[in-house]
Design a protein around this ligand. Structure first.
Ligand SMILES: [Zn+2]
Ligand SMILES: [Zn+2]
Length: 362
């Protein structure tokens, strides 16, 4: 954070937000977030997206119209194969701690998923939430479901039996990978393994505390999409079952990540055109920026790092906002996108001025 330019303050609505503490010229770099705390690249894109810098082969080769996959790969015995755009990216990734550890874990999860799939002849079988959701989702209902899954995983025998019949969907495996990447980061930070590798990014503050500071959208998310609760419980049971012992200690992390994933994650796109979403990630401190449909800050991903730059001149005391959505859309679509994924109704200046005439103010 550029301390002399911007400051974190509590807003009148109770949240936190970044404000300009000096006038800031257009095009000023005000903030960077080095790397995502949790991330996943979708299975279909893994050969096409550099594991180190997330460069997308199809955009790079678009002019040639030829290969869509990268040719440089890392094939460690215990790990999933990952692909790179350049030898430099490969060297950076291999000399770090976090990337290879995540690839090890992803190999484990991939194998476990194949096993569960093979055994799940009874499609749709699921005892994790045997009754459908109630008409009104409450926090008590969610807490009870989590208490039940805690009970289930406390017995290795019952957990194995449950997982052998589990029908984990592809998207749930992607979610599991994203959560596992966060668990690896926590493990590495706790053991300070990062200090052994010069090219790893060593966070100076405890990133986990920062994650817990993010707003939980658990109740809003489950209320809007009741099926997501069963999916999250399956992910939890799957991770408890599949992760190696030294990481299992951190599995309770999963509920906190899952509660903050929607509402704090940003898509990893193929470029500024946002044609294809390659995966998603949580850049923790990026969530300090509130949303506006007429933002004064632009976020740009360069490799793993998220950069925040003023898109116009900003006056002292002005709130610094990015856009969470595609702002070229009309107000109705913008509101729908924000309510679906970010759980709030936008009241920014632009939305106020575009509000259809005669609409009630609430
Ligand atoms: Zn790369
Ligand atoms: Zn708005």
């Amino acid at each position: 954070m550029i301390q002399s330019l911007i400051g974190l303050r509590t807003t009148p609505h109770g949240g936190r937000s970044l404000f300009a503490i000096q006038p800031i010229a257009e095009g000023t770099s005000i903030f960077t977030c080095e790397a995502p705390f949790a991330h996943v690249i979708y299975k279909d894109y893994r050969r096409e997206v550099c594991a180190q810098c997330f460069a997308y082969a199809a955009s790079t080769f678009r002019s040639i119209g030829d290969p869509r996959t990268w040719s440089i790969k890392s094939c460690r015995v215990t790990a999933e194969t990952v692909w790179f755009c350049t030898d430099e990216c490969k060297v950076t990734w291999e000399s770090g701690v976090i990337g290879p550890l995540i690839a090890d874990i992803n190999a484990l999860l991939g194998k476990a998923k194949i096993a569960t799939r093979r055994n799940s002849a009874r499609d749709g079988y699921d005892s994790i939430l045997p009754n459908g959701p109630p008409a009104q989702i409450t926090q008590d209902y969610i807490d009870k479901a989590w208490a039940d899954v805690e009970e289930l995983v406390s017995s290795r025998a019952r957990l194995s039996s449950y997982c052998s019949m589990m029908n984990l969907e592809d998207m749930e495996l992607e979610i599991s990978r994203s959560v596992a990447s966060a668990i690896v980061q926590r493990y590495v930070f706790d053991h300070r393994l990062a200090s052994l590798a010069t090219s790893s990014i060593i966070p100076t503050s405890d990133p986990w505390t920062e994650v817990l500071d993010l707003q939980s959208s658990e109740l809003s998310n489950v209320s809007l999409r009741p099926y997501i609760l069963a999916a999250h419980l399956r992910v939890y049971a799957f991770l408890c079952h599949s992760l190696p012992k030294h990481l299992r200690l951190y599995v309770p992390t999963a509920r906190h990540i899952l509660a903050r994933d929607t509402g704090n994650a940003f898509g990893i796109w193929d470029g500024d055109h946002r044609d294809e979403m390659l995966g998603w990630g949580i850049w923790v401190s990026a969530s300090y920026f509130n949303h506006s449909c007429c933002p004064n800050v632009k976020k740009t991903r360069v490799g793993r790092t998220m950069h925040f730059t003023t898109s116009r001149s900003v006056e002292i005391g002005e709130e610094l906002c990015i856009s969470y959505i595609d702002t070229s859309q009309a107000i109705a679509q913008r509101r729908q996108d924000l309510e679906n994924s970010w759980f709030f109704k936008c009241g920014c200046q632009r939305c106020q001025s575009e509000e259809p005439n005669g609409a009630s103010p609430h």
